[in-house]
Design a protein around this ligand. Structure first.
Ligand SMILES: C[S@@+](CC[C@H](N)C(=O)[O-])C[C@H]1O[C@@H](n2cnc3c(N)ncnc32)[C@H](O)[C@@H]1O
Length: 302
């Protein structure tokens, strides 16, 4: 158990500056090799105090009672075991919106905002923003991609599919809490299912599982132990979901529409080749903040 300040041995004033506790927490986290020790310490102390926001060092906080100490110790133990802050607090910010995460959902990644950025730009270049666009998100997880794009396009509506019913329930909750429930529907479908009954879509988004099975063990503990395997595992060569998904995606994409997909590092050529077999043509590629090609755009081959 981690107790950064022992009340029995210290003579705490009625209020104390948070810096002492924060420094102690930060040291413990940093010694465990956690790169985000400073911001994690601020978030964890905030949560232990029952606050939504992080605690800053100059703040005066009330002395911590036993219940607060226990909460802090329990959360520190989880963080030291590799659990990400987002899973401990139950939500993650994505595209400046708050998304609840659950054991069934991928923890939304900042890199995936590359897709939203590309899609928003494509829509505004094509002057389609005021049209009631139809959006589709294949493998929706928390719903972060669909809901982020819907938040930018007030006339649009969309459908998110996922094979995991718990993920769908989380996505529905996120839609409701973001006030987007009227424009977002979530249904249980597999990438292998015919999407024909859902109709034609102007914009399709997808971030499917694309990590080769053999590489999952080598991923950081916060990914391999806390993201669901179903969200990560792309089969032996990372291409299994692409092979199922791309023909379905092509069949659901409107002739004038555009699909934006997230790819794994170095998957550009293999995914493009698979897309071409499905009658899609590469129309754009976008890199993330690290300069890695992260998103490809495909349209129907003319
Ligand atoms: C990498 S996660 C992406 C989640 C979310 N779109 C995001 O970007 O954070 C992939 C998602 O695909 C879903 N999935 C995996 N296999 C599937 C399949 N065969 N059919 C439909 N969805 C699937 C997983 O449950 C997971 O939610």
């Amino acid at each position: 158990m981690v107790t950064p300040v022992d009340h029995a041995k210290t003579d705490l004033p009625a209020k104390q500056e948070a810096s002492t506790i924060l420094y102690a927490l930060e040291q413990i986290l940093a010694d465990a090799g956690i790169a985000s020790a400073k911001s994690d310490a601020r978030c964890l102390l905030g949560m232990a105090l029952g606050r939504d926001e992080a605690v800053l060092p100059h703040e005066d906080i009330a002395p911590m009672d036993q219940a607060c100490d226990d909460r802090l110790a329990a959360m520190m133990a989880r963080r030291l075991a590799g659990e990400p802050i987002s899973r401990i607090r139950g939500w993650r910010e994505f595209w400046s919106l708050r998304f609840a995460v659950s054991p069934a959902t991928l923890d939304p990644r900042p890199d995936s905002e590359t897709m939203i950025d590309a899609a928003v730009r494509w829509v505004s270049r094509n002057a389609a923003k005021d049209r009631p666009l139809r959006l589709l998100d294949l493998g929706t997880g928390s719903g972060c991609l669909l809901l982020a794009l819907l938040s930018e396009l007030p006339q649009a509506n969309g459908v998110g599919i996922d094979v995991n019913l718990d993920a769908i329930a989380t996505a529905r909750r996120n839609a409701a809490s973001l006030g987007l429930g009227e424009r977002a529907a979530f249904t249980a479908h597999s990438f292998a299912d015919d999407l024909g009954p859902l109709g034609d879509f102007d914009v399709i988004l997808s971030n499917p599982p694309y990590i080769p099975t053999g590489e999952i063990d080598g991923l950081a503990v916060d990914v391999k132990s806390f993201d669901p395997a179903l969200a990560l595992d792309g089969g032996a060569d990372g291409m299994a979901c692409w092979q199922q998904l791309l023909p379905r995606l092509a069949a659901a994409l409107a002739v004038s529409g555009m699909a934006f997909v997230e790819i794994g590092r170095g998957q550009e050529n293999a995914v493009t080749a698979e897309a071409e077999k499905a009658n899609l043509q590469l129309s754009g590629s976008y890199h993330d903040l690290a300069g890695i090609t992260r998103c490809l755009a495909f349209s129907i081959k003319m």
